[in-house]
Ligand binder design. Structure first.
Ligand code: PMV
Length: 350
């Protein structure tokens, strides 16, 4: 699988010792991600499917500068900082790690410009996408190339350091830019569950619209609430998680056959289970209802819930009316993306 890092170099590779004087600008991007189906149940050992959202991306440029070490310019946040002044930031720490590995610890004079169209704190992997684009662009700037597995690992380490125990979905889907089946297997012989991540096949392009409630919802709150409810009534929640698992298996088969209408019905069914699990919200329900009423094949919340994003499966004919309906129903913005057919090359068991 190829990455999209461009090393705009006219032949010779920049090395750590040749440093900024010979380095050429580089840029790289990385997609957002969404959970197509299976969120929450996945925490309890059931499978989930995650998708790269190619049309919504983070982009990073690295350009040589004459002095001052590394300067970050975060365009969307209108913020600028020098690596040496703010070493505690997650992106500073990631850059320090990359410089240690790929430039012998010598900080080059360079400007790193970050920009992204991915809504933050909406379950779309904005942090992992910015980190992925940064790893690709900076490593290329330093004259090295990385496999997706190496990019994924660097981003995972960075997320783990700053966000506790990430599931590994975001960095993997984003670094490979591949639809992924994800399953934690609780093996009684091992203290920690093993994690199965494998690429899935998609027979026909998927057209998705993404509605944004504009409500920022930290993942741990609904996840904690579901845990509380599960502890109080395990049979009910185990039953709901099994029902979600059946939807996820059905969705995988529908994707492999290109049975888009069937997939749409399964997604709407998954939304119904998420409502019962208790993680939808009036804003999410309003957007899901509006999308379906305007002709979407199916719609559901995506991610942890109580806010953040929802997705709607559309066709050429329904894309425009569904987008209008989402805006009229209060979507802060409507993003569009296509998921192209894919085979099953990719990360395998990680
Ligand atoms: O919204 P996100 O991408 O943070 O997804 C949360 C997914 C959950 O299943 C709710 C939690 C998890 O760790 O898998």
């Amino acid at each position: 699988m190829s990455t999209d890092a461009h090393h705009n170099h006219s032949g010779e590779a920049a090395t750590a010792s040749s440093g900024p004087r010979t380095a050429r600008p580089t840029s790289a991007s990385a997609p957002a991600k969404l959970i197509l189906c299976g969120e929450h149940a996945v925490v309890y050992g059931r499978p989930a499917i995650a998708l790269p959202i190619a049309g919504v991306r983070a982009t990073v440029q690295v350009e040589p500068a004459t002095s001052g070490g590394i300067v970050f310019v975060a365009k969307d946040l209108r913020h600028r900082w020098r690596l040496r002044d703010e070493r505690g930031r997650p992106l500073s720490a990631l850059v320090t790690q990359i410089i240690r590995r790929y430039a012998g610890g010598t900080e080059p004079d360079a400007r790193i410009t970050l920009s992204s169209t991915i809504p933050i704190a909406s379950g779309m992997g904005s942090g992992a996408a910015v980190a992925t684009a940064l790893v690709r662009a900076l490593v290329a700037y330093l004259g090295a190339t990385l496999e997706p597995s190496e990019v994924s690992e660097l981003v995972y380490e960075s997320e783990r350091h700053f966000h506790g125990t990430p599931s590994g979905i975001d960095n993997t889907v984003i670094a490979y830019e591949q639809p992924l089946w994800f399953e934690r297997r609780n093996d009684p012989a091992h203290e920690h569950p093993s994690v199965l991540m494998e690429p899935i096949s998609i027979a026909t392009p998927l057209q998705l619209l993404i509605g944004d409630t504009g409500v920022r919802s930290p993942t741990r709150l609904p996840v904690g609430e579901v845990r509380r409810r599960w502890e109080q009534d395990r049979p009910r929640y185990e039953g709901l998680f099994d029902a979600v698992a059946a939807v996820v298996h059905g969705s995988r088969e529908a994707l492999a056959r290109g049975a888009i209408a069937e997939l749409g019905a399964l997604l709407s069914q998954n939304h119904g289970y998420l409502q019962e699990i208790g993680v939808s919200s009036p804003e999410l329900d309003r957007l899901v209802r509006a999308a379906c009423a305007a002709g979407a094949l199916g719609a559901k919340l995506s991610g942890a819930g109580w806010g953040g994003a929802m997705l709607a499966l559309v066709t050429d004919d329904t894309r425009a009316p569904v987008a209008d309906a989402l805006r009229a129903a209060g979507s802060a913005q409507v993003l569009e993306s296509r998921v192209d057919p894919s085979g099953t090359r990719g990360p395998g068991q990680v």
